[in-house]
Design a protein around this ligand. Structure first.
Ligand code: ZN
Length: 90
């Protein structure tokens, strides 16, 4: 069993981030990226960018930034380790 950091890195490569985010956020393709309304702030201008090929999201409105694990942590209000287990079994 590898450690949490290694498991997290593996998830960054294996989880299609735009699919995970689009379960709760309406995303529109924009070049290589996907954009939508940020779920973490009162965004009304589609400031939320999902950069799947690099494995992270970023909101230009509130500055939220993270990977698939962070997204699950903040949207489900669970710990990093719980989010890693959730994504591994999803
Ligand atoms: Zn935001």
């Amino acid at each position: 069993m590898s450690n949490w950091t290694e498991r997290r890195e593996a998830l960054k490569k294996s989880v299609p981030l735009e699919k995970l985010v689009s379960k709760t956020v309406n995303l529109e393709a924009k070049g290589l990226e996907h954009v939508g309304l940020c779920p973490f702030c009162g965004d009304s201008r589609a400031s939320f960018y999902v950069v799947s090929h690099k494995g992270f999201y970023h909101c230009f409105c509130c500055g939220s930034h993270g990977d698939a694990v962070d997204f699950v942590v903040f949207s489900k209000n669970i710990s990093d380790n719980e989010a890693i287990e959730y994504l591994e079994t999803a």
